[in-house]
Design a protein around this ligand. Structure first.
Ligand code: APR
Length: 264
């Protein structure tokens, strides 16, 4: 009897996290994504808590707080003016673009961001070309640095450059103090935006958590809304976070490299 030499069976390796994540995405009906500073790291926007992150140069209590703004609006304005100037030199990266294309293809909005850098919006407009960008426009739960808001009447307006004299920007309507349209430490988030984001996450069966340390609430509670509704979480981050143990799959890598592959 001849024995047919059979090739030794390859040990069946477990599927890679990327493969498992792709399978979960293929099966999902409604998907939301929560992004943080990490998705903008490859656009050279400093994160908050990474070594060398933004806060390394300043203590948050000094600058990005409503108390500091009321005590010393000029200093806070100058810091935001510096940040606006810096952000004007940054561009959306392949992570922003892949995410925008993904939601444009699905035709259903799903991006919630903690970032105020406006890069998701720019990616949506650029990827949509002359089509509608709506499905890729983010819910900006911490606001948008490129916009001003009146501290008194809430009127929103396009940002204007800070005068180099000591006058501070005033509201065109009520003459109140204008400030960047971002949530400062010590302030409440816009409850309507937060509720919209929360409801979207609660209706989703999959939440992609991208580039956030998931330590700041209520934002970090958004993926939990998907989880508590029976959905699952995929984490895209080079490192573990507070949310890793709640993730079905953790894809360890940079958003700019992982997302184009994961969402193709
Ligand atoms: N791709 C993906 N993730 C990355 C990358 C990258 N290239 N580089 C860093 N990260 C991850 C880090 O591992 C970290 O988990 O991004 C996360 C950045 O975390 P933070 O700096 O804490 O930023 P974020 O989670 O957005 O902070 C939340 O805190 O300071 C407030 O209002 C501010 O919106 C901010 C909120």
């Amino acid at each position: 009897m001849t024995h047919h030499a059979t090739a030794p069976r390859e040990p069946l390796l477990p599927p890679s996290p990327l493969t498992r994540a792709r399978d979960l995405i293929a099966e999902a009906h409604r998907i939301v994504a929560l992004t943080g500073a990490g998705i903008s790291a490859e656009s050279r926007v400093p994160t908050f808590r990474d070594a060398g992150g933004l806060w390394r140069n300043y203590r948050p209590e000094e600058l990005a707080t409503i108390g500091a703004f009321e005590r010393d609006p000029r200093t806070v304005w100058e810091w935001y003016e510096w940040r606006r100037g810096f952000l004007a030199t940054c561009k959306p990266n392949e992570g922003h673009r892949a995410l925008a294309r993904f939601f444009l293809r699905r035709g259903e909005e799903g991006i919630v961001t903690q970032n105020v850098d406006g890069l998701h919006t720019r990616a949506a407009l650029e990827e949509a070309g002359d089509g509608p960008p709506d499905a890729a426009l983010p819910i900006e739960i911490h606001g948008a640095i490129a916009r001003d808001r009146c501290n008194d009447c809430g009127l929103r307006a396009e940002a204007e450059p800070l005068g180099d004299d000591d006058t501070l920007p005033r509201c065109a309507d009520c003459g109140g103090m204008r400030r960047p349209d971002v949530v400062l430490f010590g302030e409440m988030l816009d409850s309507a935006l937060l509720e919209r984001a929360h409801n979207m996450a609660a209706r989703a069966d999959l939440c992609l958590v991208i580039g956030t340390s998931a330590v700041v609430y209520p934002a970090a509670g958004i993926p939990l809304a998907t989880l508590h509704a029976g959905g699952r979480i995929i984490e895209i981050n080079p490192q573990d976070t507070d949310l890793t143990r709640a993730a079905e799959v953790a894809v360890r890598g940079a958003a700019g490299e992982v997302l184009p592959e994961l969402l193709a």
